[in-house]
Design a protein around this ligand. Structure first.
Ligand code: HPA
Length: 288
């Protein structure tokens, strides 16, 4: 028996499937009761190898679950522990530009919320439109702008998840921003705080669009995180966003943009990124 709401019914079916795929495979049930969710952006997937006692659920084994087709995205949940805390990693996400409905794009976020995570870390590779940033820098998100991207909350409100008109004053938790900034510095990364703007993609932006984004107050530009953070905020998840500058945005460097460069730069920074996330987890209050 469904609820009569297509989005909710699909979410429930995917949740049931994930629970049945994990049940019986673990000796310690805490392993599949994650306290934190971590979405790994393009080229940043290597952190998955560091997870202890990993239990893998491939997205393709979850009927109806959106499967990513983007380069650098594998497409699986990894349950396990990092720095002693039970978490779930998403190695691969889906994007609007792949043709998925916006509610499908945020289904994995909602699913992790229903699995009981308290903290969500969204990472992404993005273009830096702040000319003071450099390729390889990290930017902790303090706010975001949605540019021609539909809200994931359109349609009947899922009352059990959150309110019809959620406040968006603090989508990115300030305490988590502080912890991530400290963690980044300890890891030897160049870290900034800034505003992320999401465009639909898949084409990279034009230089004129980047000038517009800059005028609007954006520092980083990408194709994923605004809708995810909006869905997480709706559910009341404590969210932290980190963008990794895989390239300078269009028009800021002389060269054309390629996805190979985005992924390659992610790989180059993989160790620094891992160290930053590990330090961050160690700093989380009362997580053990
Ligand atoms: N623009 C949009 N998305 C991106 C970029 C960019 O320059 N780099 C990585 N993801």
């Amino acid at each position: 028996m469904g609820t009569g709401n297509k989005v909710r019914d699909k979410l429930d079916a995917c949740l049931d499937r994930v629970l049945s795929l994990t049940k019986g495979q673990v000796s310690d049930p805490a392993q599949v009761r994650p306290r934190m969710g971590l979405v790994l952006g393009s080229g940043l997937g290597a952190l998955a190898d560091a997870v202890e006692d990993p239990l893998i659920v491939d997205y393709k084994d979850i009927e109806g679950f959106p499967v990513s087709t983007a380069p650098g995205h594998v497409g699986r949940f990894i349950f396990g522990r990092l720095e002693g805390i039970p978490l779930v990693l998403m190695q691969g996400r889906v994007h609007l530009y792949e043709g998925y409905d916006v509610t499908d794009c945020v289904l994995p976020i909602r699913l992790m919320g229903l699995l009981g995570i308290e903290t969500l870390v969204l990472t992404n590779a993005a273009g830096a439109c702040n000319p003071d940033f450099r390729v390889g820098d990290f930017c902790i998100l303090r706010d975001h702008i949605s540019s021609f991207v539909p809200s994931p909350l359109l349609g009947p409100n899922l009352e059990e998840l959150g309110r019809r008109f959620p406040d968006m004053t603090r989508v990115y938790d300030e305490g988590l921003q502080d912890l991530m900034e400290e963690a980044g510095k300890e890891a030897g990364c160049r870290v900034h705080r800034g505003v992320y703007v999401q465009f639909t993609g898949p084409a990279y932006e034009t230089p004129a669009e980047i000038r517009m984004a800059r005028t609007l107050g954006a520092d980083m530009v990408g194709m994923s995180t605004v809708i995810e953070a909006t869905a997480a905020n709706h559910m009341g998840l404590k969210t932290c966003g980190v963008s990794f500058a895989s390239n300078m945005a269009a028009g800021l460097s002389g060269s054309p943009l390629t996805e190979e460069e985005v992924i390659e730069e992610g790989r180059r920074q993989a160790l620094a990124f891992q160290a930053m996330i590990r330090f961050f987890i160690r700093k989380l209050p009362s997580q053990k």
